[in-house]
Design a protein around this ligand. Structure first.
Ligand code: NAD
Length: 484
């Protein structure tokens, strides 16, 4: 679908300040948000400090009791109105995402659909926060179990899905009755600022959502995490940063949710529908230019079908059109920054040095571009297998049987998602038990869905976003023992 909106008009509609207590305010300085396509400045936004962050937390703290006590139906209806406004303005959101993050407009539209679903889902979940009662086993009293909102939350989001990573946290937090301080990534703050204004239009009371943009993430976290007014940290980002924030959260014994990095295996068995497997591989690898925590990082293919699969994948990958995300016809945009393209080149060089063959791509393009790449004969120990690639590189290894496939799949401390293509239903069930990851896509190259509990195990973190489980992250269980 061609672009219908003017870039300048959409950028003009984005607030540039900090949203604190329902008002947009300037900060002492600003930082530039750049187009990853050519480095051009898209906008200068407020560069929040630790002091600004504490003001935002105070606003969230003040707004909390009234929001917690707002009828669940009313909280849900604000989310529902936000969902509807987002549908009306989906093209604006998609254009902003594409501009600041670089993905194609078509993919950005997909993110708007996906991100919006969290608003709709948690609008429905707000009225289903349950509890239970039970008689004491020995008699003489009743236990009354309730769930209540934890309090003000600090939400930290990455740049790769500027809208969806925000709605995936904000929607369950608001549904539960929590207030928030959102800190978007400095590469992509514009979508969050735009979305915060949309939430205000949807009728969200002042102070319930506060947004602090900053180029100094550590200063904001250093101010907020030790503060006793804060009840929870929900972080999505890399494992090293998550580890650091987790350590800082220990001081106040904060509740934490950690959605961290991945190293997803993509298994293709001898009984798979190969054309479907290639289709799934294209989505699992090249969606978001490979910059997804769920991106397939390692392709493990049965030796009897490895050549056919690899040749077809290389053909499809080689046909992808690179370009500016907002231009019609672009399949793959630039990586988020030049250093990311440089790192991809290093990963390919390392794999080739150890004996891998480049089947397509393998080189940097201009600026932040990197060619869609397929490597075969990748040797164990290669960096591309051990590190989270976060770019359009598909390394293929082979296996001889299911046991070896599972052992290779589990050969990583990460455990976010795995993919498996097979026509054997019993095998699918076995894999769900045997593969150490929070999610498994069977004959599916994308697993994310607002109705399902997204999250990882091991070094991919803990906590779940979406599904019935998502709201639990923002609730604490309390009980009363009521004597007869
Ligand atoms: P990142 O860890 O560099 O940054 C994530 C967020 O943390 C940003 O808002 C950033 O400003 C902030 N941050 C960075 N350093 C900080 C510090 N010292 N103190 C406080 N905050 C700090 O990650 P990224 O490059 O933005 O995103 C890519 C990573 O996110 C990948 O590892 C990817 O797998 C992961 N990710 C995970 C999920 C998931 O749900 N598991 C989803 C998307 C992305």
């Amino acid at each position: 679908m061609p672009r219908t909106l003017d870039t300048a008009d959409v950028l003009d509609a984005v607030p540039r300040g900090l949203l604190i207590g329902g008002a947009w305010r300037a900060a002492a300085s600003t930082f530039d948000v750049r187009d990853p396509f050519d480095g051009a400045v898209l906008a200068a936004v407020a560069d929040g400090t630790g002091a600004d962050a504490l003001d935002a937390l105070e606003a969230a703290h003040e707004a909390f009791p009234a929001w917690r006590d707002t009828a669940p139906r009313e909280r849900g209806e604000v989310l529902r109105r936000a969902f509807e406004l987002l549908q009306e303005r989906a093209e604006q959101a998609a254009l902003l995402i594409s501009l600041e993050m670089g993905k194609s407009l078509e993919e950005a539209r997909g993110e708007v659909r996906y991100g919006g679903e969290f608003l709709r889902w948690f609008a429905e979940e707000a009225v289903r926060i349950g509890g239970r009662t039970s008689r004491l086993p020995e008699g003489g009293g009743t236990v009354l179990v309730e769930r209540r909102a934890v309090g003000p939350c600090y939400l930290v989001t990455p740049w790769n899905f500027p809208l969806a990573m925000a709605t995936r946290k904000i929607a369950p937090a608001l549904a539960a009755g929590c207030t928030v301080v959102l800190k978007p990534a400095d590469a992509t703050p514009l979508t969050s600022l735009w979305f915060a204004e949309l939430l205000r239009e949807a009728g969200l009371p002042d102070g319930v959502v506060n947004v602090v943009t900053t180029s100094r993430a550590d200063a904001v976290s250093d101010a907020l995490l030790p503060d006793p007014r804060l009840a929870k940290l929900s972080f999505t980002g890399s494992t090293p940063v998550g580890r650091r924030l987790l350590a800082q959260s220990a001081e106040q014994l904060l509740r934490t949710s950690m959605e961290l990095g991945g190293n997803a295996p993509f298994l293709v068995f001898e009984d798979a529908d190969l054309e479907a497997a290639v289709e799934g591989a294209m989505a699992a690898k090249f969606r978001n230019i490979g910059q997804a925590c769920t991106a397939a990082n390692r392709f493990l293919v049965h030796e009897s079908v490895a050549e056919a699969f690899t040749a077809r994948l290389a053909e499809r990958a080689g046909a992808l059109r690179l370009g500016r995300g907002t231009d019609e016809g672009t399949d793959l945009g630039p990586l988020i920054r030049e250093s990311a393209a440089e790192r991809c080149a290093e990963l390919v060089a390392d794999a080739v040095d150890r004996g891998a063959t480049v089947r397509t791509g393998g080189a940097r393009g201009e600026g932040s571009f990197f060619e869609p790449t397929v490597l075969s004969g990748v040797v164990a120990g290669s960096r591309v297998l051990e590190e989270e690639v976060f770019g359009p590189i598909a390394p293929v290894q082979t296996f001889a049987d299911e046991d070896e496939a599972v052992a290779l799949a589990n050969g990583t401390p990460f455990g976010l998602v795995a993919y498996a293509y097979t026509s054997d239903v019993a095998r699918a069930h076995r894999l769900l038990r045997r593969i150490r990851s929070g999610m498994l896509g069977v004959n599916a190259g994308v697993v994310s869905n607002a109705a399902a509990p997204f999250g990882g195990v091991g070094h991919s973190g803990f906590g779940r976003e979406g599904g019935e489980e998502g709201i639990e992250e923002y609730l604490e269980v309390v009980y009363g023992l009521i004597a007869d």
